[in-house]
Design a protein around this ligand. Structure first.
Ligand SMILES: [Zn+2]
Length: 88
């Protein structure tokens, strides 16, 4: 021990140690929760632009399922787009 600290000093230091809620945004394409300033791990887009080929590293079987999933998601997003337009 270097020197005895007061309780106050210790508490003041530890006041910065609390954890805060995880901050995240939603992917514009698939609506998944994505860490800010990170490429979406689900569809590989960043700021609505495709950056990485997500299908490349998947096996054939996984590829098919993923493509299916993404097609469905696109359909759904189009549907919601139409709905939001009709509301306005
Ligand atoms: Zn995404």
């Amino acid at each position: 021990m270097r020197q005895r600290h007061t309780h106050s000093h210790t508490h003041q230091r530890r006041s910065h140690h609390s954890l805060h809620a995880q901050i995240f945004g939603l992917c514009k394409k698939c609506g998944q929760a994505v860490a800010p300033h990170h490429v979406c791990p689900n569809c590989g887009t960043y700021q609505g632009r495709e950056v990485i080929d997500v299908l490349k590293k998947l096996s054939k079987k996984e590829k098919k399922e993923k493509q299916k999933q993404m097609a469905e998601q696109e359909k759904e997003s189009k549907k919601t787009d139409m709905e939001s337009l009709s509301v306005k």
